[in-house]
Design a protein around this ligand. Structure first.
Ligand code: CA
Length: 318
């Protein structure tokens, strides 16, 4: 039996107005293998090119519960045009072909909220040197826009499609503008975003302007008009906000376990977690200020929301 990719966690997720206390057992050996009679859930992955979002993608891509129909990149942490090529090289490293990938617009529907360039620079390089992608991709980025790929994939699917959104709402909003009827064919929109009863995460940033914002969460803040459009579209939404993801911390032990699992997906996840633990966990809000240590010695990161969401989506809802 393989070692678990993600460790067991006790966490809670806000679903509608209910708080559910659940465990997230991970047991690869107990899951049916690919090609079995398992009814796989068709899903589209939409992320803004984040290290935690790519870990979520790696987790879903290797999970036999899901059939990934398409992947779309939204503006946010990434600059989509640049990051599209990174994703194609990532897929080459994972040995995955045949899943269309498209990029969305470079700016939000309205306003000019944007991640500082310094943070986008690491994403542009796919967090090199923590990761080492192959130089060449096996396939190229789909020429359709992310929104058009969403519309086409949903309309062409014989059964309703789930969407995992772990970045801004920009692409989903654009897709709803192109074809509002897709709302009826989305079985569930799973969102990692927002801060409902807890403070936001911009305030945790070191950027002097961003940290003055005490309430906003990055995914919603990056394109609030798009978020409003998506939240008001009548979709069946499963929201996992900071309220839930704040409960989950990832550590060097997780990184070591994922590396030891030894699959291409788990090794990639370990590399991305290494980046987060080294570079961002020093800001972890749940570590009291006086106890914060230098970045190389930090103990855990909760800035890994997307992967938490992927696990919740997989274990709680399927
Ligand atoms: Ca993300």
């Amino acid at each position: 039996m393989k070692k678990p990719f993600f460790k067991n966690h006790l966490c809670y997720s806000l679903l509608s107005s209910l708080t559910l206390l659940v465990t997230l057992p991970i047991a690869f050996g107990s899951q049916p293998a690919f090609g079995s009679t398992l009814n796989r859930t068709p899903i589209i992955l939409d992320d803004d090119g984040s290290q935690d979002g790519m870990t979520a993608w790696a987790y879903i891509l290797q999970n036999p519960k899901f059939e990934v129909k398409a992947m779309t990149i939204s503006q946010g942490l990434a600059r989509p045009q640049i990051f599209g090529n990174n994703v194609m090289r990532m897929l080459a490293g994972l040995g995955i072909t045949g899943i269309p990938v498209a990029v969305g617009r470079e700016t939000p529907l309205s306003g000019n909220n944007a991640f500082p360039d310094a943070f986008r620079a690491d994403t542009d390089t796919f967090w090199t040197p923590f990761t080492n992608l192959p130089d060449k991709a096996l396939e190229t980025v789909d020429q359709r826009s992310a929104a058009q790929l969403l519309v086409d994939t949903i309309n062409q699917s014989p059964e309703p499609v789930e969407i995992l959104m772990t970045g801004s709402a920009t692409n989903i909003a654009d897709a709803l503008t192109i074809d509002p009827s897709i709302a009826k064919k989305i079985s569930r929109l799973e969102i990692m975003g927002g801060a409902v009863f807890v403070p936001g995460n911009l305030r945790e940033h070191l950027d002097p302007i961003l940290k003055q914002n005490l309430v906003s969460e990055f995914n919603i803040w990056t394109d609030p008009v798009a978020a409003q459009k998506v939240f008001s579209a009548g979709l069946p939404i499963s929201l996992t906000p900071l309220d839930a993801t704040n409960q989950i911390g990832f550590t060097r032990a997780d990184q070591a376990a994922w590396k030891a699992t030894g699959t291409p997906e788990s090794i990639l996840a370990s590399q991305l977690l290494d980046y987060a633990l080294t570079n961002i966990s020093g800001n972890d809000p749940l570590i009291p200020n006086p106890a914060r240590v230098s970045a190389s010695q930090t103990l855990l990161t909760r800035w890994f929301w997307g992967s938490t969401k992927a696990q919740i989506s997989s274990k709680l809802l399927h």
